[in-house]
Design a protein around this ligand. Structure first.
Ligand SMILES: *Cc1c(COP(=O)(O)O)cnc(C)c1O
Length: 433
């Protein structure tokens, strides 16, 4: 890729670093990822299509392990999970964080050993706890007094599972309200300011059914500033140091750049800042982190086909693609911004303002609210959105009975389909007529 291209920033040219690491141009100037042409992938697998750069995913897992130490990175599977992804994260030295029986089931089905799986959730059912204990998961992150009761009843005199207690530090961070999780008014964790956290430690330590090994907190998601994580540590440090337990998990939440103006820290910068602050604060526990988005988001793009272009005079131009809120609900949930580009000319001057919309029966079915595309865009073109590797496929739905897209991994000039496209028949799998 030439220099002008790689430096291209701003509104009219796509920022290079929003694309997966291996993104490149072929002889015709069209996009390739992992050495494979986007147009060819679409020919074989159709649209919409999630295309993941496998080496990018692996590199982010390794970066986590390199900065924190082996076994100290935990991939938050809710960001993106299929068996290939679970295996990949495990191969690269990550543990896996699952938050439901379903996520646990997929991770175990991938052949990931239960001992490196950690179970989260603010309302785990008896079935989920039983499943986790029977499988022998590495950690259960306990979220409430009711869960302590439930675990004591389930475990009884059996071997005590290793547990962490999830703290609610009572601090606010700058991100969307729906993904703030560390403020006092939250469904997650034992509140530190109210004394609940202290009471939970006393109960868990005294319980023969629980092996309390550490504390956990998670301040929220898509948090850009490393300072926010440092402030979170500052707030929780007195409590953590006085509890003096072997482990501290500081959650995930590192933000990624989605659009031209976003600035995000790298996993290395984030990890190093956390470790440094913990040392300064006298925290002696082994420090672990749980990134999801920072591993998966910028590893993938979603490719759609444009079916309709509608210009409303003096209003705007709508570009409609063959997916929408069923493959990317983040814009409708969080008002999230994305960029759009044409894979046939990814770094072309995007001289036209557009709104990219899906095909669902909702006006809120927007993929890119204030996007830009080259003005030679036409019906039948492929259109792609970068940074869709996290919370796209995993939050997807069958709304309007749309079959879910396929997911393909590319690497070194070869591809493997890891999730096939759903068929209309799949839509009837659970429908008993
Ligand atoms: C969602 C979540 C994560 C991952 O968050 P990202 O923003 O994707 O890094 C980690 N830990 C917990 C407890 C979570 O709920």
């Amino acid at each position: 890729m030439n220099d002008t291209v790689s430096r291209g920033v701003g509104r009219t040219t796509l920022r290079r670093d929003l694309l997966p690491d291996s993104a490149n141009l072929d002889a015709q100037g069209a996009l390739t990822i992992g050495g494979v042409s986007i147009a060819e992938l679409v020919e074989r697998h159709g649209t919409p299509l999630f295309i993941y750069d496998e080496d990018h995913l692996r590199a982010r897992c390794r970066e986590t392990t390199d900065v924190l130490g082996p076994g100290r990175g935990i991939y938050a599977t809710k960001a993106f999970l299929c068996r290939a992804m679970a295996r990949l994260a495990h191969e690269e030295g990550m543990s896996l964080d699952v938050a439901t029986g379903g996520e646990l089931y997929v991770a175990l089905s991938a052949g990931v050993p239960a001992s490196v799986i950690e179970l989260h959730g603010n309302n785990k059912s008896d079935d989920e706890l039983n499943m986790a204990i029977e499988a022998g998961v590495g950690r259960i992150v306990v979220d409430s007094f009711d869960e302590i009761d439930r675990l004591e009843r389930i475990v009884g005199h059996g071997p005590a599972p290793k547990v962490l207690l999830r703290l609610n530090p009572g601090i606010e961070v700058h991100t969307h309200e729906h993904i703030q999780t560390g403020n006092l008014d939250s469904k997650f964790g034992f509140a530190v300011p109210t004394g609940d956290a202290e009471a939970a430690i006393a109960r868990a330590s005294a319980s023969a059914s629980l092996d309390l090994v550490g504390l956990h907190f998670h301040i929220g998601s898509q948090v850009f500033s490393v300072d926010n994580f440092v402030a979170g540590l500052d707030a929780i440090a007195p409590f953590v140091t006085s509890a003096d337990l072997p482990e501290l998990v500081v959650g995930g939440g590192l933000g990624v750049a989605y659009v031209a103006d976003d600035r995000a820290s790298s996993i290395s910068e984030w990890g190093a800042a956390i470790l440094q602050r913990c040392a300064e604060l006298g925290i002696r526990s082994v420090v672990r982190v749980e990134p999801g988005r920072a591993i998966a988001a910028s590893a993938a793009i979603t490719v759609y086909e444009i079916g309709t272009i509608k210009s409303i005079m003096d209003v705007r131009t709508y570009v409609a693609v063959d997916g929408g809120m069923s493959d990317n609900p983040r814009p409708i949930l969080y008002d999230s911004g994305y960029e759009a580009f044409l894979p046939r000319a990814p770094f072309a001057d995007r001289d036209m303002a557009v709104r990219v919309v899906g095909k669902h029966c909702e006006s809120g079915d927007v993929i890119v609210k204030d996007g830009r595309l080259p003005s030679d865009v036409r019906v039948g073109d492929l259109l792609a959105t970068p940074v869709t590797g996290a919370y796209g496929h995993s939050m997807g739905s069958n709304y309007n009975k749309m079959p879910r897209p396929a997911v393909v991994f590319v690497r070194d000039g070869s591809e493997r389909l890891v999730v096939r496209r759903e068929t209309y028949e799949d839509l009837l799998t659970t429908d008993l007529g």
